[in-house]
Design a protein around this ligand. Structure first.
Ligand code: GLA
Ligand code: ZN
Length: 693
């Protein structure tokens, strides 16, 4: 969609149904003033579109679609399926999802349905078919917006219906109970199953549960969510094959495996809500933008962000002047072709009335609206960036199975140091609650990103052969074929990095015998005998072995240490303390034309940066020397490149530009040599090709 249109989409979720028609004309006036060129409609309108089982009422939506078309504002049309109408729930109360504790959710909010409910799915198909038939030829319709944030609230369900569907899913996966019992290791604690219907949905029980069963249930629910999406997509492919589809993700990849969407999703979109109080918000957002870009390897859409504060933190601070603009450009810098918001006009009633909006309660004379108008009109100057890509030589691999195995698979996320809370929140024990899968990925991402290198974040089963450096932090589960792919990659000159607690288990969560990281032992040239998680506030020392190579003599490490034996590898550093003092901590193994590193702990940030710099030197990846508060990225297409400089700091900074002439797209000015950026300032520079001079 984006590349042909050469337009940066600017707009919001728009809920005209919350307002009298007299406000609609005013909305259009303000949208034109702000440069809005797309709005998402009908995200939660099922009850209005279908007031009872027999009746569809598209009148109000026709009216607003026509009005928008008349003013050349495109529509990303929602399917409204994230909140079913009360008449449906009333008629089929068993469509409400059931929590891990066995309690059924009460109606009264959104996303109360079970993703596998046949009656919900049946009603959904009728609605979506009616929408597709009705709007297929409408000139405003440019994109379908399927559902809304799958799994935000109903990401797990343990109802009877899901239980039966799970048994069917297991039958097709294992075929025989012998295979299932063997794969799950049910001989342990006498769990053996003699009939398929003995296998319950793994609700909370008296204590720890079978990790393989939990993982399979999570995989089953994840596929169910994608199956639900497929129900809608199939209808659009049949009736409106000319209209692309999207569904807006949350960025939290734990709830389901987003890679399942790879085959039948046209545009990746997501909702980005960094916390303005988080000093690392910039990194938080950068990594999630990178994940979205990497899913299909093309520009994505920032479908929602807050113009100022949200309403779902305990304390919802506002975004100070300039921050909304900066974070909007950050999304574009990482590959977004849109800046969209939740929502257009602040609601007066309902659950989200204190959430910020492009048009706040105060109206058009507000600070927020004037920042919106400024941004919307600026974006017109950078249209040519739409459709351009980002070239990355580095990839971080993420694997949902490892994530679900390391963390609580049901995503509640509350790993607590308090024993009682721990057991209530965690189905499966793990060596330490301080070990969090995603934190580890972010730790590595931050190191590379702080040096302004472009980093892709891709599912571990994607082809990674085109990258120069591939990092697989905390890859707890190593599935068949992965080690072969790594060996081929390293053998032909790539650099691979593995970390502690990797390669412990196979795809059935069975532990590999005779040393971790299991199938990766060969390429890493090491074998791990023991792991030793570290108490909070405590740690160990990384003592570097040889000449500096840009390293300090010593660093700190924490979270977990391991007892490592080298078989082939060189020892770059050893632990300084404890009974494994003097044992390897960081190793490097030459394998074919490349190298595999193993990091047997969680090193501090200083080490991480020095390590990243060393890898860059080895792979001839140049690092720009620019102030630390400045984020830099490059989008390019057909030899034309655009350099983004984003100052996240509170002081003006000066940046030395690489030689050449540039046009600053936002100011229209030519620049060369030195770039000054005010606090929260943004510059987007188009490099002049030599023949333009
Ligand atoms: C999510 C939802 C929106 C809205 C916003 C508020 O992203 O998709 O409908 O609730 O949160 O931040
Ligand atoms: Zn269910």
């Amino acid at each position: 969609m984006q590349s042909n249109n050469q337009i940066i989409r600017f707009g919001a979720d728009y809920f005209p149904e919350q307002w009298p028609e007299s406000v609609w004309e005013d909305d259009i006036r303000l949208m034109k003033q702000a440069g809005v060129n797309m709005v998402s409609l009908a995200i939660f309108s099922w009850a209005l579109l279908q007031p009872d089982e027999q009746t569809f009422n598209f009148g109000w939506l026709d009216q607003i679609m026509d009005l928008l078309a008349g003013h050349e504002i495109d529509v990303c049309l929602g399917t409204s399926t994230a909140a079913q109408p009360n008449w449906l729930t009333r008629k089929h109360p068993d469509l409400l999802f059931v929590r891990e504790n066995g309690l059924q959710v009460a109606p009264g909010s959104r996303q109360t349905f079970c993703v596998n409910s046949p009656v919900y799915r049946d009603a959904l198909r009728k609605l979506v078919r009616a929408l597709a038939e009705h709007y297929a030829g409408h000139s405003a319709l440019k994109l379908w917006h399927i559902n809304n944030e799958y799994a935000n609230k109903n990401g797990m369900c343990f109802c009877r219906n899901c239980e039966t569907a799970f048994q069917e899913w297991l039958r097709s996966r294992y075929e025989t109970l012998d295979r299932l019992n063997d794969a799950w290791g049910t001989v342990f604690w006498g769990e053996k199953y003699f009939k398929w219907d003995e296998i319950n949905a793994p609700r909370a029980s008296s204590g720890a549960r079978n990790g393989t069963k939990l993982l399979d249930y999570k995989r089953f629910i994840s596929e169910s969510i994608h199956g639900l999406y497929t129900e809608e997509v199939n209808i659009f492919r049949e009736l409106t094959p000319h209209i692309p589809v999207t569904t807006n993700f949350e960025g939290d990849w734990n709830k389901f495996d987003h890679a399942l969407f790879r085959e039948n999703l046209d545009v990746v979109s997501w909702n980005s809500y960094p916390n303005p109080l988080d000093p690392k918000a910039r990194y938080w957002a950068a990594m999630r933008h990178a994940m979205m870009r990497s899913l299909l390897g093309k520009p994505f859409m920032l479908m929602e962000q807050a113009p100022s504060q949200v309403d779902w933190y305990p304390v919802n601070v506002s975004k100070p002047p300039g921050l909304m603009r900066l974070w909007s450009y950050q999304a574009i810098a990482h590959g977004s072709d849109s800046v969209m918001f939740f929502q257009w006009r602040a609601s007066r009633k309902g659950a989200e009335k204190y959430h910020s909006a492009m048009v706040p309660h105060y109206g058009e004379k507000s600070r927020i609206f004037s920042e919106i108008v400024q941004l919307g009109n600026e974006l017109k100057k950078i249209r040519e960036i739409a459709g351009t890509g980002i070239k990355s030589r580095i990839a971080i691999l993420m694997d949902n199975d490892s994530w679900w195995t390391v963390d609580n698979p049901y995503g509640s996320g509350s790993k607590s140091l308090d024993n009682e809370t721990f057991w209530a929140a965690n189905g499966q024990p793990f060596p330490s609650v301080l070990i969090r899968y995603f934190d580890e990925l972010q730790h590595y991402f931050n190191a590379f990103h702080s040096l302004n290198a472009a980093v892709d974040v891709i599912p571990a089963h994607y082809d990674f052969s085109k990258y120069d450096i591939v990092i697989a932090p905390l890859l707890h589960m190593v599935k068949p074929g992965f080690a072969d792919a790594v060996e081929t990659f390293v053998g032909s000159g790539g650099t691979f990095v593995a970390t502690y607690l990797s390669g412990l288990v196979d795809e059935y969560v069975g532990v590999f015998p005779e040393g971790y990281p299991g199938p990766l032992k060969k390429v890493c040239g090491i074998a791990v005998e023991e792991f030793d998680p570290i108490q909070p506030g405590s740690g160990n020392r990384i003592i570097m072995n040889t000449g500096s190579n840009g390293f300090q003599k010593e660093y700190h490490c924490s979270v977990c240490c391991e007892v490592v034996h080298v078989t082939e590898a060189n020892i770059l550093a050893c632990f300084g303390n404890h009974y494994y003092a003097g044992y390897p901590c960081i190793t490097e193994n030459r394998y074919g034309k490349g190298k595999a590193y193993y990091i047997a702990t969680r090193p501090d940030e200083v080490f991480m940066r020095d390590f990243a710099k060393m890898l860059f030197r080895e792979m001839c990846i140049s690092v720009r020397d620019i102030p630390e508060t400045v984020e830099h990225s490059i989008r390019s297409h057909n030899g034309q490149s655009y350099e983004f400089y984003l100052n996240h700091g509170c002081d003006e900074v000066t940046i030395r530009l690489p030689s050449g002439q540039y046009t600053d797209l936002l100011t229209g000015e030519l620049c060369e040599g030195i770039l000054k950026l005010e606090q929260l300032g943004v510059s987007i520079l188009r490099r002049m090709k030599s023949n333009e001079k």
